[in-house]
Design a protein around this ligand. Structure first.
Ligand code: SF4
Length: 185
């Protein structure tokens, strides 16, 4: 993990979780420095069945490697609005930025509701995610909400390989596409 912020050790941080494999390394790495609560919030997922599979895998991870977890709900209409007109964008393009922004905004809102001073995400574990974009969007949403964002690149230092290894060891469900129906192409 490469940490790109100076948020003090021990700070309470609400960490957005996109899926159990990314969280299997990401939550563990961030927990070494911060007081982490996970937040599963993904209105981008294309079907209820897939949503349930990813949530079940996250609960499975939580049972095997305990951490506090909050499960978010709703936001699907907002996601459809954010993605409208961007259907043909490639992965890492403008639709993905809108999608990440929606989830970071939801995470910031939940962190504020819970009285936490900072939030972050495990999204940068994936080599398919543009860490610079995720960190910029997180920073902008933090400024908007008066909180701090944990800027990091979790794939650095073999973070992705560590997540593959950890999720295999724990037998966690690993999805084959990012999440929305356009990423199935
Ligand atoms: S490809 Fe992934 S990040 Fe991009 S819009 Fe779809 S679910 Fe969101």
């Amino acid at each position: 993990m490469q940490l790109l912020c100076d948020i003090p050790s021990g700070t309470e941080v609400l960490v957005h979780i996109c899926c159990a494999p990314d969280a299997s390394y990401g939550v563990r790495a961030l927990r070494e420095r911060f007081n982490v609560t996970g937040f599963f919030y993904n209105p981008n997922i294309d079907s209820r069945e897939e949503f349930r599979k990813r949530l079940r895998a996250t609960l499975d991870l939580q049972e095997k490697d305990p951490f506090s977890l909050v499960v978010g709900a709703g936001g699907e209409e907002g996601w459809e609005d954010a993605a409208r007109g961007l259907e043909g964008e490639p992965e890492r393009g403008r639709r993905c930025e809108a999608c990440v922004r929606l989830r970071m905004r939801g995470t910031a809102r939940k962190a504020a509701d819970l009285g936490m001073p900072a939030f972050g995400t495990v999204l940068t574990v994936s080599p398919k995610k543009d860490a610079a974009m995720v960190n910029r969007v997180g920073r902008e949403e933090a400024e908007r909400s008066g909180l701090r964002f944990v800027e990091a690149d979790l794939k650095k230092g073999d973070g992705y390989l560590k997540s593959v290894r950890a999720s295999k060891e724990m037998g966690l469900y690993r999805q084959r596409y990012c999440g929305c129906r356009y990423s199935m192409r």
